[in-house]
Design a protein around this ligand. Structure first.
Ligand SMILES: NC(=O)c1ccc[n+]([C@@H]2O[C@H](COP(=O)([O-])OP(=O)(O)OC[C@H]3O[C@@H](n4cnc5c(N)ncnc54)[C@H](OP(=O)(O)O)[C@@H]3O)[C@@H](O)[C@H]2O)c1
Length: 413
């Protein structure tokens, strides 16, 4: 059974052990183990493409650390990867996941700044959802002593993306207004918290209605995603807003642009609208692409509007942005230590429960971040069909068509 965020004080035995491994090299692990467990995506498609298998134990190369993983972040992007709903998808089978945290178990040659036993969080270019990962130190950050592993797994991607969009791209300043979609999600909540660190910011949040009671205090004005939010916001702020953060794309792009004040900044950072059924839908992709407002620079010039895009993973892994990200991470960790920000965790899941966790984000059920807790035991009911002992990569039958109406797996939540 997943553990809810509200139960965070009752974390698993392992996650609560904040000082584990701090004493010298006594990281308890089967150090001569040749294999480890990992989630594997056998091919792009539905939930049936995910399984837990044994894989060869990785060893750190030059400049890398080897991390005994405690927890991993599960992001909406992982759902899009599973479906193959991304540009230039990598080859399958692959181990998904872009962020994790844990304890440094060994270091490669010429690796500076980290020691065995350090508690760390890391960005990964895939391969994060495993018991052990190896990654270059450029993408690794030390965790504050008081930070729990579940928090660390919920921290990096959301807060760095939110911070860079607000402060590096849109130059958030006192008195500004911000519109954020999916306000109850992991990035949405990071945006809301970061806005609260600047005086007099008005945050307009859009989210599914059932989340409102939980998140109403984090934003200034909250609207149901099914209402005409443009009209509602214009009633409160006839001039519009200074910053729009759009992770939906499609028809929301034009709507959001229409809300932008002169000198305002619109940032596209996701395409959640492309996800409809369980598998990738060409129709949703085409519709979303077709609906995107086609931008004319001359119109931007006349209207004094700024349009931007932001992709943290591209910045990190394709555009050499690791030093900039490191400086942002230092600022964020300082805000965390001052207790000004704290990631909101929705629930914890065992690796073997990855399908159920992914279904939860697909069903819009999460408030905050979903975490894969590597040391959590799966609920026996859910573990049945997702654990295999070989590195399976064979294809399975795709479910037919759009599966919105498909019966969902039972949630124990
Ligand atoms: N560019 C970057 O660097 C970057 C980094 C991180 C995340 N992102 C993007 O930011 C967005 C949020 O990511 P996240 O990981 O924080 O996820 P999230 O917001 O925690 O969870 C997803 C939420 O999105 C909303 N949603 C909107 N369209 C949906 C759809 N078609 N299917 C299911 N849910 C939908 C739902 O909330 P409501 O029902 O309340 O609307 C759902 O609960 C995603 O688009 C992601 O790709 C971009």
């Amino acid at each position: 059974m997943a553990k809810e965020g509200a139960d965070m004080t009752e974390e698993t035995e392992y996650m609560i052990d904040r000082n584990a491994g701090k004493e010298g090299v006594s990281v308890e692990s089967p150090s001569n183990a040749k294999e480890m467990r990992a989630v594997v995506l056998a091919g792009f498609g539905g939930l049936n493409k995910l399984r837990v298998t044994k894989k060869a134990m990785p060893e750190p190369q030059n400049g890398e650390v080897k991390i005994r993983v405690k927890a991993c972040g599960l992001n909406f992007l992982d759902l899009m990867v599973r479906q193959g709903n991304i540009d230039n998808p990598p080859k399958t089978p692959l181990v998904p996941g872009f962020e994790c945290c844990g304890i440094v178990e060994s270091v490669g040659e010429n690796t500076q700044g980290f020691e065995i036993g350090d508690r760390v969080m890391a960005f990964m270019n895939y391969n994060a959802w495993a018991e052990v990962v190896c990654t270059p130190v450029d993408f690794v950050y030390k965790m504050p002593d008081e930070m729990m592993f579940a928090e660390a797994a919920a921290f990096s991607l959301n807060f760095v993306a939110a911070y860079m969009m607000l402060f590096e791209v849109a130059k958030l300043r006192e008195g500004m207004s911000v519109l954020v979609h999916s306000a109850g999600g992991a990035v949405g909540q990071a945006v809301a918290q970061l806005c609260s660190t600047v005086p007099n910011i008005t945050v307009f949040g859009i989210a599914s209605c059932f989340k409102h009671a939980s998140i109403k205090d984090s934003v200034t004005h909250l609207f149901d995603r099914n209402t005409d939010y443009i009209q509602e916001i214009k009633k409160i702020s006839p001039d519009g807003v200074d910053i729009v953060l759009d992770c939906l794309c499609g028809e929301n792009t034009g709507k959001s642009l229409s809300l932008l004040k002169p000198l305002g900044t619109y940032i596209l950072y996701g395409a959640s609208n492309m996800v409809t059924g369980e598998t990738r839908s060409f129709f949703s992709f085409a519709k979303s692409w077709w609906q995107v407002e086609k931008v004319n620079p001359i119109k931007l010039y006349e209207e004094n509007k700024v349009i931007a895009g932001f992709s943290l993973l591209n910045l990190l892994f394709k555009q050499g942005g690791c030093n900039l990200v490191k400086s942002v991470m230092n600022k964020l960790l300082s805000l965390y230590e001052q207790k000004k920000i704290r990631p909101l965790v929705d629930s914890l899941w065992a690796l073997e429960e990855v399908k159920e966790a992914m279904q939860r984000i697909h069903d819009r059920g999460n408030i905050g971040k979903l975490i894969l807790d590597v040391e959590k035991s799966p609920t026996p009911l859910m573990a049945n069909d997702s654990t295999e002992t070989s590195e399976a990569g064979e294809e399975e039958e795709e479910p037919e068509g759009d599966n919105d109406s498909k019966e969902r797996m039972p949630f124990i939540h």
